[in-house]
Design a protein around this ligand. Structure first.
Ligand code: ATP
Ligand code: MG
Length: 276
């Protein structure tokens, strides 16, 4: 699952690590791939990612096996992380001259032999080669949307990129999930934005939205997800509930894969229409 939105600070990393922890706490084996040079997902999971640590950069640029960079997350059984170091900042440029530059992550994942139920990829806030690598490797895209005024600006560009990757490089890719983040139900603006997003993307938006929560924003400074930092908080419960929706959808798709797939394809040809 590719967690992408080229808009910065909308909750991609927060969503990646907390959904991953929620799924792992329910018994799934989950790998988080940190594909952002900022390394925020690695930090939030308490994973060492100083410059010498073997990282996703080595996988992408030097074809190092993914198994050599994956580390277990200490607090959560079944949760693993492929960290990002600052080296990754150069990868956008270094990848340009490499063979199969768009599919290097896909190849690395295909060669990874450990059993996993989910892989969540945290993308940087751009639509460059790192995000393209994630989209080529992934089966579906999760877009976190922050409930504020500019929420839908740039979304059309993101959806067109998904369509381009689907058309040329990864025919199965689709936007499966939209999650409303930092939702503050007391403001009229937040509920208006939420309503607009739900109108455009009735199928994709999860029923659960993530509230604005101090506990969610505090957790990374302790190298923890909110699920271990404050398991009873509203933020933890909302991510658990969102993960439950995602798991149930996945189960439904396995039950009737043809139907689910056809539905997505038809739906999404027109998904970017009407969105700028
Ligand atoms: P970037 O584009 O830089 O990678 P991002 O999309 O990954 O950003 P996050 O880093 O997850 O966004 O979140 C941006 C900021 O908002 C962080 O400081 C995070 O702690 C905070 N934040 C995210 N979700 C919530 C929430 N539900 N409640 C309160 N704060 C939140
Ligand atoms: Mg981030």
């Amino acid at each position: 699952m590719v967690v992408a939105n080229q808009k910065g600070g909308v909750g991609k990393t927060t969503t990646t690590v907390n959904l991953a922890a929620s799924l792992a706490l329910h018994g799934a084996r989950v790998l988080v791939i940190d594909l952002d040079p900022q390394g925020n997902a690695s930090t939030a999971l308490g994973i060492d990612h100083h410059a010498e640590v073997p990282s996703i950069y080595d996988v992408l640029v030097d074809s190092r096996p993914l198994s050599e960079v994956v580390q277990p997350v200490l607090d959560v059984e079944g949760l693993f992380c492929a960290p990002a170091t600052i080296d990754l900042a150069g990868a956008e440029i270094e990848l340009v001259s490499l063979v199969a530059r768009e599919s290097r992550l896909q190849r690395a994942i295909q060669a990874y032999e450990q059993p996993l139920d989910y892989i969540l990829i945290d993308c940087p806030p751009s639509l460059g080669l790192l995000t393209v690598n994630a989209m080529v490797a992934g089966a579906e895209v999760l877009i976190p949307i922050q409930c504020e005024y500019y929420a839908l600006e740039g979304l059309g560009q993101l959806l067109r990129n998904v369509e381009l990757v689907r058309g040329h490089l990864n025919p199965g890719l689709h936007v499966s999930t939209i999650l409303l983040t930092m939702y503050d139900g007391r403001t009229r603006l937040a509920s208006q934005v939420a309503e607009e997003v739900r109108t455009h993307f009735a199928e994709e938006v999860l029923r659960t939205s993530i509230p604005r929560s101090v506990r969610i924003s505090e957790a990374p400074s302790y190298g923890q997800t909110v699920l271990t930092y404050d398991p009873g908080s509203s933020g933890a419960l909302s991510y658990l509930e969102a993960a439950r929706e995602i798991a149930l959808r996945g189960a439904a798709m396995h039950y009737d894969p043809q139907h689910a797939h056809a539905g997505h394809q038809n739906n999404q040809r027109s998904m970017s229409e009407g969105i700028q």
